[in-house]
Design a protein around this ligand. Structure first.
Ligand code: SAH
Length: 397
């Protein structure tokens, strides 16, 4: 096994903090040969062993630790253990019982860097986002089949981050009988079709499940605006909760077509209270303002405006703009559910942006609660980067 020897003083992140990443700037030298994804031994400058990691020569994240135990082998049995443990953690949480849509593996936070696995009924969708994850594809699939008894596994490794690792996009069926249509989940009583082949990410945004359930609990009698609605997850829960009206906006035609189809899957919901608008949210909210429209509750769940800290400034402006518009459209006492899933913007900064937006909109407002991701998206204590979904529930006077 090749050895990756760190620069003097650079062992602290791994040794003391157990942070799973070794940045290119911390690497002193590589002894021996290693191809992308190969397991290397990581050593401090004084040759103290720190653990074993996946090597990724093209990435700024030059290595990702599989284990901080210098003697633990990274092999098929390793993936069986780690994946079985990740699945068992979800099974042990009563709040996740009975959920048909579930994140089974949340990458670094489950001790499995670069690996995402989402379950939709009897189908599991994996994303292998790092050179190490890519290399162990077969072991990962076998372990998932064993831990979940799923009928099929689809790979959706077509995210941008693979490019940073020097990997090509890869999609396709890895196990079982392909099933490309008719997949759906029951999310707290609402049926939602999931397009694992053509949908975003692995097909659906499971991290907002709790927030959708919360919206349902307060929706009764309200006029609700759901911005960036994707396939209508928030919208349908709002209808299930007795909303008076739900106006949903997305710029993606296919997402809206799926949202409409999802409503048809739920004949128990009052379809006549739903309106779908294919538009740019920034423009639509300005138009509503001109038309003097107002709402009791607004959801703002935009896509990642800042993939990394380098985009933070421009993204901050975009977050501020939509939040200003959101605040202006709220009736007195109205609620704003506002989110950022940008890795480059922390919760503190996001709160500042939202606070600034309220001031610019001329509204007095307070945070009623923080809205976070779900228990199947845990955040390892040593890996704050795992917390990507930040949300605030804000009430205006
Ligand atoms: N809230 C959704 C997930 C939102 S994902 C859920 O719970 O499932 C973000 C969505 O924003 C995507 O569907 C994307 O099509 C849409 N989008 C991106 N930019 C947009 C824009 N400028 N205007 C409207 N929609 C946009």
């Amino acid at each position: 096994m090749a050895q990756l020897i760190l620069m003097p003083g650079k062992e602290r992140a791994a040794f003391k903090n157990r942070h799973p990443w070794v940045f290119a700037g911390s690497v002193g030298r590589l002894e021996g040969r290693a191809r992308p994804g190969d397991t290397v031994e990581v050593l401090a400058d004084n040759l103290r062993p720190l653990g074993r990691a996946a090597y990724s020569p093209q990435s700024q994240i030059r290595a990702r630790f599989w284990t901080f135990d210098p003697d633990e082998s990274v092999d098929d049995a390793f993936f069986k253990r780690r994946i079985a443990a990740a699945v068992a953690r979800r099974q042990a949480l009563p709040e996740l019982k009975g959920q048909q849509g579930l994140r089974l593996i949340h990458a670094e936070s489950d001790g499995l860097p670069g690996i995402i696995a989402d379950q939709y009924g009897d189908t599991v969708v994996v994303q292998l986002n790092s050179a190490g994850a890519d290399k162990w594809r077969k072991a990962i699939v076998n372990a998932l089949v064993q831990a979940t008894c799923c009928a099929r596994i689809y790979e959706r490794s077509d995210s941008d981050v693979r490019g940073l690792e020097g990997l090509e996009p890869t999609v396709g069926w890895l196990h079982g009988e392909p099933k490309e249509t008719g997949l759906s989940i029951d999310e707290n009583g609402v049926q939602l079709a999931v397009d694992v082949v053509g949908g975003h990410k692995t097909g659906f945004y499971l991290d907002q499940r709790d927030n959708r359930a919360w919206l349902r609990s307060v929706a009764a009698g309200k006029d609700i605006l759901n911005c960036f609605c994707y396939t209508g997850g928030f919208s349908l829960q709002a209808l299930a909760g007795g909303a008076k009206s739900v106006l949903s906006i997305d710029s993606s035609g296919p997402a809206l077509a799926q949202a409409r189809a999802n409503l048809v899957l739920n004949p128990q919901l009052p379809a006549e209270r739903a309106e779908w608008l294919e538009a740019d949210v920034f423009q639509a909210l300005r138009d509503f303002r001109k038309a003097e429209r107002s709402f009791d509750l607004i959801v703002l769940d935009p896509p990642k405006f800042a993939p990394s800290a380098a985009y933070a400034d421009r993204a901050a402006r975009a977050y501020k703009d939509i939040n200003i518009l959101g605040f202006k459209l709220l009736r007195p006492g109205g609620l704003l559910m506002t989110y950022s899933c940008s890795g480059g913007i922390g919760l503190e900064l996001f709160q500042k942006i939202v606070a600034g937006a309220a001031v610019d909109a001329g509204r007095e407002a307070r945070i009623v609660r923080r809205l976070s991701g779900t228990a199947d998206h845990p955040v390892a204590l040593n890996f704050p980067e795992g917390e990507y979904l930040k949300g605030l529930l804000v009430q205006v006077d």
